[in-house]
Design a protein around this ligand. Structure first.
Ligand code: HEM
Length: 62
């Protein structure tokens, strides 16, 4: 398995109001350093609007 569990992501950012913007950008552009050594690759076929929808869903998981 690669990447953090979505529930763990939701827990970490529960009180972070900038999370949707920050994480949506990371889904599209990729990036690393938040959970471990492995970076997340950019998702070139995901639009910023789709990324925002996905991130809002991920953050709704409790
Ligand atoms: C549309 C598909 C995807 C979505 C919505 C998504 C979403 C996310 C989110 C919200 C995070 C947390 C970022 C943070 O806390 O800064 C994350 C981290 C991560 N994801 Fe994904 N991801 C996707 C696809 C992938 C794929 C395809 C891979 C690997 C093949 C991957 C690997 C990772 C890794 C390794 C991390 C941890 C990065 C770090 O330590 O900063 N993700 N992902």
């Amino acid at each position: 398995m690669i990447g953090p569990a979505y529930k763990a992501v939701a827990e970490r950012y529960a009180k972070d109001e900038a999370a949707v913007t920050k994480l949506s950008e990371k889904v599209v552009k990729g990036g690393g350093g938040s959970w471990g050594e492995t970076p997340m690759p950019a998702q070139a076929s995901v639009t910023p609007a789709e990324a925002e929808t996905l991130v809002k869903w991920i953050l709704s998981l409790q």
